[in-house]
Design a protein around this ligand. Structure first.
Ligand code: SAH
Ligand code: SF4
Length: 394
């Protein structure tokens, strides 16, 4: 299935409520058009944009720079409704995970990872994921649909609501960075992700700059350049294996876009430089991809690419077919990569106790246990078929 067909087949429903159009998720131009159609002056768009995205207003009555008749008109035709939070969990390490119920009842997770002087929000791009990486809990979720731009922006708005971070301030934000590393493959929902990121970056609203946004992809090669040209955000690539043979198995999109093509797309990534390096994510799987020979091959593959390597200890989930490499093995791997001049931080797992760490997100109610591996394999086979990937089970 091509990427365009994919977008159609996994389309999100509208986030409009009771026949009223939701203003969240409209581009600045669309907002201006919607307001002028209603007979409001063009300059109102600037005010309303600021109320929605700078002040975080949750209803029109709070928009006090607008006269009452204008507010009433807006209320009659539009909403600024957010999804509801159906679960709010806090980890011992301060990581916070929200389960958001969208207007059609579908749920996605969104995670805030605080650090001493900043914090990242891990944002989802799909309900579930179209792909089926073997080490990823999200990949076992049967239910998949793309999120609308509004549903992506709303994750950031809800997090700001919960963290009490309105109006948008410039310094010391708890939510300073965005990582498109939640549920889903962002480049399989490119149009909505791009629209959402443009709204999030807009200087008169949420105002998180492109330097503070990272998009992680499992390797949708045809869209990598476009992402760089149009959005110019930081790129992270989920590499995880140094041979096609292994990557075909654990990151099945590799069968469509093998390592060589993926790395060429990285070499060509617009804006990549020594001061803006591409992050290569590498999940450490015991006995699978964690040998010194793998580390040496990794360095050979990345030669000539401005790169940093992020070693991610595998985060377990019920029924997962892998174990995490030992601390010692991860350290040795990192030392080899480091000795070749690459920075290779080991990502500290955050929020494991609330299943909020990388790859642990999964919102559907389908429970997974060791005895249900067969069921998981069936789901994976079905999804791969829908993706046009040959169905091979590890
Ligand atoms: N779909 C995108 C972004 C979401 S996943 C992608 O694959 O890049 C974010 C990161 O978590 C990816 O690097 C992914 O490979 C990694 N990941 C998935 N499952 C994991 C697990 N169980 N333990 C550690 N990292 C995992
Ligand atoms: Fe999807 Fe990323 Fe998980 Fe792979 S690792 S299944 S692409 S969310």
């Amino acid at each position: 299935m091509g990427i365009t067909n994919h977008a159609k087949n996994f389309a999100a429903p509208s986030t409009d409520v009771d026949g009223k159009r939701n203003l969240i998720g409209l581009s600045y131009e669309e907002l201006t058009e919607a307001l002028t159609t209603l007979g409001l002056e063009k300059f109102r768009a600037k005010q309303i944009w600021s109320w929605i995205y700078f002040h975080g207003a949750t209803d029109f009555d709070k928009m006090t720079t607008l006269a009452k008749p204008a507010r009433d008109k807006l209320k009659a035709h539009f909403t600024v409704t957010r999804p509801t939070i159906s679960q709010d969990q806090k980890s011992d390490d301060g990581t916070r995970k929200w389960l958001l119920k969208m207007l059609d009842g579908q749920e996605v997770e969104c995670v805030h990872i605080p650090e001493s002087d900043r914090g990242a929000l891990c944002v989802s791009s799909q309900v579930g994921c179209t792909l089926t990486c073997r080490f990823c809990h999200t990949g076992t979720q049967r239910l998949v649909r793309n999120l609308e731009a509004s549903e992506i922006v709303m994750q950031v708005m809800l997090a700001r609501d919960a963290l009490g971070e309105w109006p948008s301030t410039r310094d010391n934000r708890l939510l300073s960075n965005i990582v498109m590393m939640g549920m889903g493959e962002p480049l399989y929902n490119y149009e909505n992700v791009a629209k959402a990121l443009r709204i999030i970056m807009h200087g008169e609203g949420i105002a998180i700059s492109k330097r503070k946004i990272t998009l992680s992809t499992s390797g949708v090669v045809p869209l990598i350049k476009r992402c760089g040209d149009e959005l110019d955000v930081g790129l992270a690539v989920s590499l995880h294996a140094v041979t096609d043979e292994l990557r075909d198995q654990i990151v099945p999109i590799n069968r469509k876009y093998p390592i060589k093509e993926l790395l060429q797309a990285c070499r060509d990534y617009p804006g990549a430089s020594n001061s803006r390096r591409i992050t290569f994510e590498y999940v450490m799987l015991k006995g699978i991809n964690d040998s010194p020979a793998d580390a040496k091959q990794l360095v050979r593959l990345l030669r000539g690419i401005p790169a940093k390597i992020n070693l991610i200890p595998f985060n377990p989930w019920p029924g997962a077919p892998f174990e995490c490499s030992s601390g010692n093995t991860i350290k040795k791997f990192g030392d080899i990569v480091n000795a070749e001049g690459y920075s290779s931080p080991i990502r500290t797992p955050r929020g494991r106790d609330i299943m909020a760490a990388c790859g642990q997100l999964k919102s559907a109610s389908i429970r997974v246990s060791a005895t249900e591996r067969a069921a998981i394999d069936k789901i994976i086979a079905e999804k791969e078929l829908a993706q046009g990937l040959t169905s091979q089970v590890v």
